[in-house]
Ligand binder design. Structure first.
Ligand SMILES: Nc1nc2c(ncn2[C@@H]2O[C@H](COP(=O)(O)OP(=O)(O)OP(=O)(O)O)[C@@H](O)[C@H]2O)c(=O)[nH]1
Ligand SMILES: [Mg+2]
Length: 177
């Protein structure tokens, strides 16, 4: 059986829940405390498709400003971009377009091909404190040609769908040429 290896990077402002989404997916756990990710954390997940196995390396990039200088090193060779904002923090949403521009410039020039991606509205369990509507999220996703997911690392909503999509979309784009 064939095995294919792809790489997804998960990016966004500090505290939006990037590591929490990965931990929910990998270990089915959730912690209330925030421990800032230093530089980046790597893990891998395996997916079985009818056409074969996909191993997805997940690079969880720390959002703190102090890592800005080294962050680009983790972007190299990525097949899928997962961009996360926190629905209770408008400023984390407003940062997405610039971040997207900076990242796709870097990665697409390296790879010379279209990069798949997802836009993630995390902490959707805190809807009563939302500062960003689902319509605004969907609109931005359409504009940037990203797939939109409303997730909660706390409840697990849409978390496995998100990573499954990253694996499937990486594979699809790789075979679409
Ligand atoms: N209610 C709720 N809280 C969440 C959710 N996801 C994460 N959190 C909380 O938000 C805080 C930040 O989560 P992290 O996953 O550490 O954030 P991060 O994006 O990895 O942050 P950096 O590593 O600093 O970039 C923690 O206190 C989490 O418990 C969610 O879906 N719902
Ligand atoms: Mg983190």
């Amino acid at each position: 059986m064939s095995v294919e290896l792809y790489k997804a990077i998960i990016v966004g402002a500090p505290n939006v829940g990037k590591s929490s989404l990965v931990k929910r997916y990998q270990n089915d756990e959730f912690k209330e405390a925030h421990t800032a990710t230093i530089a980046a954390e790597l893990s891998a997940a395996t997916f079985e498709f009818p056409e074969g196995r996909v191993v997805l390396t997940i690079v969880d990039v720390g959002g703190q400003e102090s890592f800005a200088g080294i962050r680009h090193q983790f972007y190299q060779g990525a097949h899928h971009l997962i961009m996360v904002y926190d629905v209770t923090s408008r400023s984390t949403f407003d940062r997405i377009p610039n971040l997207y521009q900076a990242l796709t410039d870097k990665i697409c020039i390296q790879r010379e091909k279209f990069l798949g991606g997802s836009l993630v509205a995390n902490k959707s369990d805190m809807g009563d404190q939302a500062q960003v509507s689902a319509q605004d999220g969907q609109l931005l996703a359409d504009l940037l040609t990203l797939t939109f997911f409303e997730t909660s690392a706390k409840t697990g909503k849409n978390v496995s769908e998100l990573f499954h999509h990253a694996a499937a979309e990486s594979r699809r784009l790789q075979h679409s040429r």
